[in-house]
Design a protein around this ligand. Structure first.
Ligand SMILES: NC(=O)c1ccc[n+]([C@@H]2O[C@H](COP(=O)([O-])OP(=O)(O)OC[C@H]3O[C@@H](n4cnc5c(N)ncnc54)[C@H](OP(=O)(O)O)[C@@H]3O)[C@@H](O)[C@H]2O)c1
Length: 362
């Protein structure tokens, strides 16, 4: 397969007030080193994190300019001479923190985030170390597989990383974004009871269809943490998937069971928290910060996705690589459900002049 020398890509050039630093243009197709793999990307997906990187609100390391987005799925088209894990034709998904292979994350690995420090997936071709990729689940399309890198692995880590979820446990998931819907699906597959919250009447039906046992509208019921606790007979839930931050942590503390775990994942409602960590003593619970997950956890997640034939929830709106900025705006407006997918094509008529000219000589 002939590989073009240049490609289309979205680059974050720095931080600003909005998306003005997210720019579309031509970039070089990187060449493989000894232990590296070249992949032809077919799909990418966005995370809230991608929306806040250009806005300068992301709390983990960044290094500009950087090709945007962490999530991508594609096909191996070239391997370096020392690569042993992959061969041409393998279908793979990107690992979020390239240096987080197994066990606890360390400081060095927090500086290896794809789309933050390491060039990301909003492009047609990418090179990663052979250990920075995971086999795509056999039951998923490229679009579905591309959603696993960040939201999928984060919710898997939240449920299995500290004290593994057990059948019969109860899990509270907040809202209908990517992380929360993965957590809903994984928790149901584990045999847990799921209490889901949402702000939208229409989305209530969607989470019920996905298997949520109880749904609370957090706009109508501002004391939803107490309501969730009551739904468990007053005992509380074993795990909270805390994505709201300000405004939600207080309610999560009301919902949690003694010795339960609040997985602190996001701050969709803002980062200024009123609730005090000392509440963890009164509630006898663990508040655990989660930062995506390791390659080992991702491989375990892929096995579970195949065994349970889990399909990530994709929003009905799909974008092309060229339209990626519209996808950012669409997710920012919070009208979506689950993951937003970006299709990456390699159609010579739509590609960069150098790719088209190379192909015309084949
Ligand atoms: N720590 C990590 O490793 C990690 C990894 C991935 C994501 N995150 C973080 O986790 C959060 C979720 O990410 P995502 O990609 O899943 O986001 P997302 O898909 O953009 O989630 C948006 C949805 O979240 C719900 N939501 C918004 N504000 C809320 C609030 N105040 N309370 C409850 N629900 C609220 C809404 O659902 P309804 O419309 O149904 O109300 C909204 O549609 C973000 O803060 C992100 O940065 C962290």
């Amino acid at each position: 397969m002939a590989v073009p020398s240049s490609q289309k890509q979205w680059t974050v050039t720095g931080t600003g007030k909005g998306l003005e630093t997210l720019q579309y243009g031509d970039g070089e197709v990187p060449k493989v080193g000894d232990n590296e793999v070249l992949i032809k990307l077919h799909a990418a997906s966005l995370n809230y994190r991608d929306l806040i990187i250009p806005r300068g609100q992301y709390p983990f390391p960044t290094n500009f300019p950087v090709v945007a987005a962490s999530d991508g799925a594609g096909e191996v088209i070239d391997v370096g001479p020392k690569v042993s894990k992959w061969k041409k034709g393998d279908k793979v998904v990107t690992l979020f923190n390239q240096g987080h292979q197994f066990g606890a994350i360390d400081i060095a690995a927090t500086g290896t985030g794809v789309g933050g420090v390491v060039d990301g997936t909003l492009r047609q071709y990418a090179v990663y170390n052979e250990t920075g990729l995971v086999r795509a689940p056999k039951n998923l399309s490229y679009a579905e597989a591309a959603t696993l890198t960040c939201a999928g692995l984060t919710s898997w880590n939240a449920l299995y990383g500290l004290k593994a979820i057990k059948p019969g446990d109860s899990v509270l998931v907040q809202g209908t974004g990517g992380v929360s819907l993965f957590a809903l699906q994984f928790a149901k597959a584990a045999g847990a009871t799921v209490i889901a919250t949402t702000s939208s009447k229409d989305k209530e039906e969607i989470v019920k269809k996905l298997g949520a046992d109880h749904v609370i509208n957090y706009r109508e019921d501002v004391n939803w943490g107490e309501t969730a606790r009551n739904l468990t007979g007053g005992v509380g839930v074993d795990i909270v998937i805390e994505v709201g931050g300000a405004g939600t942590l207080e309610q999560s503390l009301k919902a949690i069971k003694f010795e339960g775990t609040i997985a602190i994942i996001g701050f969709l409602g803002g980062a200024k928290i009123e609730a005090s960590i000392i509440e963890c003593l009164v509630r006898i619970c663990t508040a655990r910060g989660v930062y995506v997950g390791s390659r080992q956890q991702m491989e375990e997640m892929v096995a579970a996705i195949e065994a349970n034939d889990i399909h990530p929830v994709l929003d009905s709106k799909v974008f092309t690589l060229e339209q990626a900025k519209e996808a950012y705006e669409y997710q920012w407006a919070k009208g979506h459900v689950g993951k937003i997918s970006i299709t990456i094509t390699h159609n010579p008529s739509k590609s960069s002049p150098s790719e088209a000219s190379l192909r015309s000589h084949l």
